[in-house]
Ligand binder design. Structure first.
Ligand code: OAK
Length: 832
C-alpha cells in the first residue's frame, strides 16, 4: 500500500511478467471472459446456457472490469488522502446497472460485438436485469444521479446506505386497484455487489447509561442491551470518461456472535437461534411511504444502524492516517440526505465525547464543521419527529446528548433573541406537548454548517415558511443547490437514438461530460435536416413505448397521437387528479362534438404512472379512478384514436427509461409551493419533451433556461396561493370543473361510493390543492399544447430548444456546486 502506482505496476510486471495488468477489452478476450464466467461462476456448460445465464456471466465479466478501476481509485485516493465527502442516504434508487456500467466504462460496442459472436444480443440480456429499487422517489433517484456525477468528476467520495432485502414494493393492478407485492430483489443474486465479510461493525441498542470515574473525572458510559453486526456490501460506481470508480457501501444486519453468549448458556438453544435471526430484520425492508414514518421503532433502528456503521467506518479510515481530531473537518465532509441520517450528528458527538474523550466544546465545534444537510421537503408538517420516549428507550445516551445540545442552544439563543418564548419553543429541538418529540430538522440545522434547499424557490420557501426562524437567525447558513439528473443515464443509456443524433450535430461526444454544450443545438433548431432526424428518433422511441403499452394493457395506440405523460409518485399535491379530470373533460367534449369538429381534434394518448404509498387511501383512489376512466374511454367507439388513457403499472427506473424518451409532452402540475424541486421534469427536458407545468420548484428555473414560450405554463402563482386559500368557499370553480366532478360523483365511471371521499376533497371549501381554481388555466395550457402540436415544425423546434436548454439541469453542475460551496473538496483523479 505504501507504493505508488508506478511502483505497483513495475512490481506486478516483475513478479508476474505481465505487460498489462488490466483486463483486455478486445472482442476475443471479452468472449473468453464471458464463457469462463458461464463455466466457472454460473456453473453452466459453455455449450448450453440461456439468456439469464448469459446475463449473469456477462455481468460478472463487467464487474471484473469495474473492480479493477475501483481498486485503482481506492489505492490512489488512499495515498493522496484528500478531504472526502461521505454521502449518507437511507435511499438510493439505482435501477439497473449493466448498460450504464458498460457505457461509463466505454466498452459498450466491444461487448455488443463479443456477444454477437456468441449468438446473443446485448439489449436482450440487459432486459434480464431487475431494478435495484432501494428507495421511494425523487430523493432516492437524486442520490443515484449524484453518485454518477461524483464518479464522473473524479471527486473523492463514498456513498453509504442500507442494503434492504426487500426494495420498494412491486405495484400490481387488479381490477384497477393497486396491490403491493414484495420486491425480493436478491432472489436471483446480485452480481453488482461485493460482500465484505471482514468489513463489519457492531451496532448497539437499548440499555442504560451509567456514570463512571475515568482518570478522576465522572464520565457517562452506555451499557447497551443489544448488539447487531453491520456487514458491508460494496457497489462500484463507475464514472464516465475516467478510470475513477467510487464505492456505494450498503450495510446489511447480521446477528452478532460477540456479545450473545448469555442466551446460549440458558440451555434454550433453539430459541437462542431464533432470537439471533431477529437481528436481520433491521435491514429487511424499505419503508414504502416517502413522507411519514413517525414513531416506528424499526425505522429508527434502521436509521441508527446505518449511521453507526458508516461513522465507525469513516472514523476508522481517518484514524489510519491521523491522530488529532482537530484535523477531522479537513478530511471529512458528511452530507445528510434529508433528516433521515441525522442521528449521525449525535453519534459523532457520542464517539468524540465517550470514546475519544474530547471535551464538549471541542467535540461540538468539530461536528458542526463536518455536517451539511439538504432538505427535500416544503411542508412544515412533513418534517420528521421522533418521540422522546422511543429515542430514549432505543438510544439512551443519544437522548442525553440531544438534550445537552438543545440546552446549550437554547441558552445561546436567549442571549440573542431574549425571552421570546414562542420563538424559543418553535426553535427548540424538543417539541413539548402530550407526546414529547425530537424535531430532527431542528437538530440538523443547529449542528450543520450549511443547510441546502433543492431549487431557487425552495430556498425562498425555507426562508418564508419552513425554517423561517432559523433563516432569520443564521441567514448565511441557508443556500440552495438546484437538483440535477445525469445525462449518462437519462440520455445516453435510455435514448441511444437521440444520443447519436446530438453527437452527430454537435460534432462531438463531449456533451456527455460537459452538458452545457447542448446549447450548441440552438443554432440548428429550425434546420429541416435536424428536424427530420429529430422527429424520426422520437418516432422510434414512441414505437417502443406503444409496443410496451400494448403488451401491458392490450390498448393499441396511434403513433400520430401526442403522447402526454405524467409519471411520478402519486400524491394529492402532484395533482394526478387534475390530469384525470382534464382527460374526462376532453372525453366529454369529443362525445358532444360534430363529426367535422372531430376532424380538428389532436389525438392524444394520456399516460399516467406511479405508486401510491400503501397506506395513502386517497392516492390509491386516484389510481382506481384512472383505470375506471380509462375503461370507459378506451372502449368508446365515438372516441376511437382521438383519446386513450393508459395507466402504466409498477413505474420504476427501468420503466422510466422507456417512457421518458417516448413522450411528446410531460406534465409537472403540482400546486405552486408544494414541489421542492422535481427532477422528472429535467429528464423529460433533456429528451426533448415539452413541459406542461405550473411555476413550482425546478420548473421556474427551467423556464429561465428554455423560455416560457417553449413550455406550457399555467396555474396560480406562489404568491397568490395564500389569498386564494383564504377565500376558500367563495372561490367558484368553473362550470366545466363542476361538470366533470359530477360525472365521477354520479357514477358515470362506476364505483360511486368508492370515489365519494375523493370527490369530497374537491368541494369548494376543501379544495386545498386548488384543482378547481386552476382548472380553467390548465385546459387553456392543454389547448395551447394541441395548437403547437398541429404545427409539427414549430413543435420540433420547441423540442430541440428544450434539449438545448437542459444543460443547467445536469447533476454534474449540482455536484460542482456542492463540492465548491458546501463540502470544500477537490477532484482526485487517478493518473491511469
Ligand atoms: C422523501 C422523503 C422525505 C422527504 C422528502 C422526500 C422526497 O423524495 N422529496 C423529493 O425530493 C426530490 C429531490 O430533491 C425533489 O425533487 C422533490 O421535489 C421532493 O418532493
Amino acid at each position: 500500500l505504501g507504493m505508488d502506482f508506478g511502483q505497483r505496476k513495475a512490481k506486478a510486471e516483475k513478479m508476474f511478467g505481465l505487460m498489462d495488468v488490466f483486463l483486455k477489452n478486445d472482442s476475443v478476450s471479452l468472449q473468453k471472459d464471458i464463457l469462463d464466467h458461464v463455466e466457472y461462476t454460473v456453473a453452466r456448460s459453455r455449450f448450453s446456457f440461456d439468456d439469464f445465464e448469459a446475463y449473469q456471466a456477462l455481468s460478472h465479466s463487467i464487474r471484473d472490469r469495474l473492480i479493477e478501476r475501483w481498486h485503482d481509485t481506492h489505492l490512489y485516493v488512499k495515498k493522496q488522502d484528500p478531504k472526502r465527502v461521505y454521502f449518507l442516504s437511507l435511499e438510493f434508487l439505482m435501477g439497473r446497472s449493466m448498460t450504464n456500467s458498460v457505457i461509463n466504462l466505454g466498452i459498450r460496442d466491444q461487448y455488443a460485438d463479443a456477444l454477437n459472436q456468441l449468438g446473443f444480443e446485448f439489449e436482450v440480456l440487459a432486459e434480464q436485469e431487475g431494478d435495484a429499487a432501494l428507495g421511494n422517489g425523487g430523493l432516492a433517484r437524486l442520490s443515484a444521479c449524484l453518485m454518477d456525477s461524483l464518479a464522473t468528476l473524479d471527486y473523492p467520495a463514498w456513498g453509504y446506505g442500507l442494503r434492504y432485502q426487500y426494495g420498494l414494493f412491486r405495484q400490481i393492478i387488479l381490477d384497477g386497484f393497486q396491490l403491493e407485492q414484495p420486491d425480493y430483489w436478491l432472489n436471483f443474486g446480485n452480481p453488482w455487489e461485493i460482500e465484505r465479510v471482514h468489513v463489519s461493525y457492531s451496532v448497539k441498542f437499548y440499555g442504560t447509561v451509567e456514570e463512571e470515574d475515568l482518570d478522576g473525572e465522572r464520565t457517562k458510559v452506555w451499557i447497551p442491551g443489544e448488539t447487531v453486526e453491520a456487514v458491508a456490501y460494496d457497489n462500484p460506481i463507475p464514472g464516465y470518461g475516467t478510470r475513477s470508480a467510487l464505492n456505494l457501501r450498503l450495510w446489511a444486519a447480521k446477528p452478532s456472535d460477540k456479545y450473545d453468549m448469555e442466551s446460549y448458556n440458558t440451555g434454550d438453544y433453539i430459541n437462542a437461534i431464533m432470537n439471533r435471526q431477529k437481528a436481520e430484520t433491521i435491514s429487511n425492508v424499505l419503508y414504502p411511504d416517502d413522507r411519514s414514518y413517525q414513531g416506528k421503532e424499526l425505522r429508527l433502528k434502521q436509521q441508527y444502524f446505518f449511521v453507526s456503521a458508516s461513522l465507525q467506518d469513516i472514523i476508522r479510515r481517518f484514524k489510519d492516517n491521523h491522530q488529532n481530531f482537530d484535523e477531522l473537518p479537513d478530511k471529512v465532509a458528511l452530507q445528510i440526505n434529508d433528516t433521515h441520517p441525522a442521528l449521525a450528528i449525535v453519534e459523532l458527538m457520542r464517539m468524540l465525547l465517550d470514546e475519544e474523550h474530547l471535551d464538549w466544546n471541542r467535540a461540538f465545534e468539530i461536528t458542526c464543521k463536518i455536517f451539511s444537510f439538504t432538505t427535500h421537503t416544503v411542508e412544515p408538517g412533513g418534517l420528521e419527529k421522533v418521540p422522546v420516549d422511543l429515542l430514549g428507550h432505543l438510544l439512551p445516551r443519544h437522548l442525553q446528548i440531544i438534550y445537552e445540545i438543545n440546552y446549550k442552544f437554547m441558552e445561546e439563543l436567549k442571549k440573542i433573541i431574549g425571552q421570546d418564548y414562542d420563538r424559543l419553543s418553535r426553535m427548540s429541538i424538543i417539541e413539548e406537548g402530550a407526546v414529547k418529540n425530537v424535531r430532527v430538522a431542528n437538530l440538523s440545522i443547529v449542528c450543520s454548517h450549511t443547510v441546502n434547499g433543492v431549487s431557487k424557490v425552495h430556498l425562498q420557501l425555507l426562508k418564508e415558511r419552513v425554517f423561517k426562524d432559523f433563516c432569520e437567525l443564521w441567514p448565511q447558513k441557508f443556500h440552495y443547490k438546484t437538483n440535477g439528473v445525469t445525462q449518462r443515464r437519462w440520455v445516453v443509456v435510455s435514448n441511444p437514438n437521440l444520443c447519436s443524433l446530438i453527437s452527430k450535430w454537435l460534432g462531438t461526444e463531449s456533451w456527455i461530460r460537459n452538458v452545457d454544450l447542448l446549447g450548441g443545438l440552438r443554432q440548428y433548431a429550425t434546420d429541416p435536416d435536424l428536424q427530420r432526424e429529430w422527429k424520426m428518433a422520437k418516432k422510434v422511441n414512441k414505437l417502443r413505448l406503444a409496443e410496451y403499452i400494448e403488451t401491458l394493457s392490450g390498448v393499441k395506440v396511434s403513433l400520430d397521437a401526442m403522447f402526454d405523460v405524467q409519471v411520478k409518485r402519486i400524491h394529492e399535491y402532484k395533482r394526478q387528479l387534475l390530469n384525470i379530470l382534464g382527460v374526462i373533460h376532453r372525453f366529454d367534449c369529443i362525445k358532444n362534438m360534430s363529426a367535422s369538429d372531430k376532424g380538428k381534434v389532436v389525438p392524444r394518448v394520456c399516460i399516467i404512472g406511479g405508486k401510491a404509498a400503501p397506506g395513502y387511501d386517497i392516492a390509491k383512489k386516484i389510481i382506481k379512478l384512472c383505470h375506471a376512466v380509462a375503461d370507459k374511454i378506451n372502449n368508446d367507439a365515438d372516441v376511437g384514436d382521438l383519446l386513450k388513457l393508459v395507466f402504466i403499472p409498477d413505474y420504476n427506473v427501468s420503466v422510466a427509461e422507456l417512457v421518458i424518451p417516448g413522450s411528446d409532452l410531460s406534465q409537472h402540475i403540482s400546486t405552486a409551493g408544494h414541489e421542492a424541486s422535481g427532477t422528472g421534469s429535467m429528464k423529460f427536458l433533456m429528451n426533448g419533451c415539452l413541459l406542461l407545468a405550473t411555476a413550482d420548484g425546478s420548473t421556474v428555473e427551467i423556464m429561465e433556461e428554455v423560455g416560457a414560450e417553449n413550455m406550457f405554463i399555467f396555474g396560480a402563482k406562489l404568491d397568490e396561493i395564500p389569498a386564494l386559500r383564504e377565500k376558500g368557499a367563495s372561490l367558484k370553480a368553473p362550470l366545466q370543473f363542476a361538470r366533470v366532478v359530477r360525472m365521477v360523483r354520479d357514477g358515470y365511471f362506476g364505483f360511486e361510493d368508492y370515489f365519494k371521499s375523493l370527490c369530497d376533497t374537491l368541494e369548494e371549501e376543501k379544495d386545498f390543492y386548488l384543482l378547481g381554481y386552476d382548472f380553467t388555466s390548465y385546459l387553456e395550457a392543454q389547448a395551447a399544447a394541441d395548437r403547437a402540436f398541429v404545427d409539427q415544425e414549430k413543435w420540433t423546434q420547441m423540442s430541440i430548444l428544450s434539449t438545448a436548454g437542459a444543460g443547467k439541469f445536469s447533476s454534474d453542475r449540482t455536484i460542482e456546486e456542492y463540492a465548491k460551496h458546501t463540502w470544500g473538496i477537490e477532484p482526485c483523479k487517478c493518473p491511469f
